[in-house]
Design a protein around this ligand. Structure first.
Ligand code: ADP
Ligand code: ADP
Length: 216
């Protein structure tokens, strides 16, 4: 069983790599951003309380996120191992996760930090596009979406996330440096952190990640 945390700035490639890793290791991805966006789309009570924070590029309050993770982590389909993508994002979230793992007898294998400079993040996020049908992530230049008719789950319906507009990108980057980057020291002091250069081809980064997981 493998439990892995992915940290890194928005747009570092966490979601892109998570899909490949989960397929390879047979573990499940828990992306707090994806869960929140699905709740916003369905206008659930969770979505309604999260929406305004997300639109502004701010973090959704810790207590909402922690409650959400508590529900996810105990689902039977996640018992083979979890790849946390986009969580934790604050020190209180990390402490809450530590406590949950102790309670549930889960081990944290690795924390992978995908390092990408801000200039590259701006290019990646401003060109990011998502398919509404199959949820895959593309980039208008670096990883162009397929012909609309070739989407494997019907016709691709490509859109740009509201928070991937330039002004919100800058806010999200500032939030990352301010509230999420303290997690780097937190996990480094626990001996769990591995730094991965997140600039390069998808394949070369994937190789670095699998080596980091295997050297556990
Ligand atoms: P990205 O993939 O670009 O890093 P995410 O999809 O992870 O972005 O997150 C989108 C938004 O959802 C964030 O800007 C924030 O508002 C909210 N969010 C996602 N995960 C968390 C979390 N762990 N804590 C607080 N807010 C979160
Ligand atoms: P995150 O989940 O960390 O927010 P994503 O996986 O959504 O990041 O990637 C952000 C954008 O950058 C997407 O448009 C994706 O296609 C693109 N991308 C991902 N990895 C790379 C890479 N190694 N080189 C160039 N672009 C990339």
């Amino acid at each position: 069983m493998k439990n892995i945390i992915f940290i890194g700035p928005p747009g570092a490639g966490k979601g892109t790599q998570a899909e490949l890793i989960c397929k390879n290791y047979g573990i499940k991805q828990i992306s707090t951003g994806d869960i929140l966006r699905a709740n916003v789309a369905q206008m659930t009570p969770l979505g309604i309380s999260a929406k305004s924070f997300m639109e502004k590029g701010k973090l959704v309050p810790d207590e909402i996120i922690i409650k959400m993770i508590k529900e996810e982590i105990t689902k039977p389909e996640n018992s083979n191992g979890i790849l946390f993508d986009g969580f934790p994002r604050t020190i209180p979230q990390a402490i809450a996760l530590d406590n949950m793992m102790v309670e549930l007898g889960m081990n944290l294998d690795r924390v992978l930090l995908l390092e990408v400079p801000d200039e590259e993040i701006i290019l990646r996020l401003s060109g990011r596009r998502i398919c509404r049908t199959c949820q895959r992530t593309f980039h208008i230049v670096f990883n162009p979406p397929p012909d609309p008719k070739e989407c494997d789950r019907g016709v691709c319906d490509i859109y740009q996330r509201e928070d991937d507009k330039e002004e919100t990108i800058m806010k999200r980057l500032a939030v990352y440096h301010d509230q999420t980057s303290p997690l780097i020291d937190y996990y480094e002091s626990k001996g769990k952190l591995v730094r991965i250069n997140g600039v390069g081809s998808l394949e070369s980064i994937y190789d670095l990640i699998t080596k980091a997981i295997q050297n556990n």
